[in-house]
Design a binder for this molecule. Structure first.
Ligand code: BMA
Length: 324
């Protein structure tokens, strides 16, 4: 990755947080498109000389749709006005119903998109692209109902690997993260339990449900997985995010898991919007040499925010506050 291009701001003077917000937040406003109600929970990656992404843009009919976007600096985005439509030979799978919360993962030179795909309820849709113009849709990975399908950037044990979060048709008041493998993107199996919500007494921000966020990052310690956790307060659901380190070869084994959150809804744009009190990470850019990471997260189901940190500090934080 070209370090000059990756968005970055130094930690503000006096800030003691492990992860800090971009001063330009929210970097994507809700009305960037003439018909968008909100743009949030979106995925960006390095692409050619710049960046590309798949964005969740709910329209003013309040329909959930995915749109492709491009950027030179990963902060100012040009998002296609036309929604993304996947190529699919099988109309039983390819018929568009709705799609939301996309992730994009580069595996062996090809970009894979996973998203929450409407098929008799939400499940995990899978597609790939080489150019961010044509997207080829594969079989849905799992039976409904499932959300937060996040692929690993390398094959594990020779197979594609993904974590996901089985759920229900509604606003799911429960949820554990599971791991699965596939040799061919058609058949998924070897399902393993990764982790459950934390006990309330130990780590309340993640005590109701959890779900993986950005593509996990390979480090010397194992896979760094940033994930969201939900607390059920008297005022509704509160979405924060923290970090875990998974075993490199057996990623369903959790080595460390942060008891503290990295970021929780505190700014006005995270606390006010269509769904208040939501910080929902779906992507991160990073530079392995400098350790810099830029985390993209949806804010209050309305706009998109960006936060910065250093991977070695996030690893140290995960170990220091671990509840395992
Ligand atoms: C989840 C998903 C996310 C959303 C969150 C908060 O169940 O629908 O897209 O950000 O709820 O509303």
């Amino acid at each position: 990755m070209n370090t000059n291009q990756m968005p970055w701001e130094d930690r503000p003077a006096g800030c003691k947080d492990v992860v800090w917000r971009c001063s330009k937040n929210p970097i994507i406003p809700r009305d960037l498109l003439p018909t968008s109600n909100s743009i949030f929970n979106s995925a960006v990656v390095s692409f050619k000389e710049g960046f590309a992404g798949v964005f969740r843009c709910d329209d003013r009919n309040r329909r959930m749709a995915l749109h492709v976007g491009f950027s030179d600096d990963a902060i100012n985005w040009k998002i296609n006005e036309e929604p993304l439509r996947f190529q699919c030979d099988n109309l039983e799978i390819g018929e568009w119903v709705y799609g939301y919360d996309p992730r994009v993962c580069l595996i062996e030179g090809r970009y894979y998109v996973t998203w929450c795909n409407g098929y008799h309820g939400p499940t995990i849709g899978v597609a790939w692209t080489d150019d961010f113009v044509t997207f080829h849709q594969e079989e849905n990975a799992f039976l409904p109902y499932n959300r937060n399908g996040v692929m690993f950037p390398v094959k594990i044990n020779g197979n594609f690997a993904m974590v996901s979060r089985p759920s229900d048709t509604g606003h799911t008041p429960f949820g554990d993260i599971f791991y699965s493998e596939s040799p061919d993107l058609v058949y998924w199996g070897k399902h393993r339990h990764v982790m459950a919500p934390a006990p309330f007494e130990q780590s309340a921000w993640q005590c109701m449900k959890i779900g993986a966020g950005p593509t996990p990052i390979e480090t010397e310690e194992g896979w760094l997985m940033i994930y969201h956790g939900v607390l059920h307060s008297c005022n509704g659901y509160v979405y924060s995010f923290g970090s875990a380190i998974l075993d490199r070869d057996e990623p369903w084994k959790v080595k460390y898991r942060s008891g503290q959150y990295l970021l929780s809804p505190q700014k006005a744009y995270e606390c006010m919007g269509d769904v208040p009190n939501v910080c929902f990470p779906c992507a991160a850019l990073h530079d392995s040499e400098t350790g810099q990471i830029a985390i993209y997260y949806g804010c209050a189901d309305t706009v998109t925010g960006l936060a910065f940190g250093y991977i070695p500090e996030i690893i140290e934080f995960t170990k220091r506050t671990s509840i395992i």
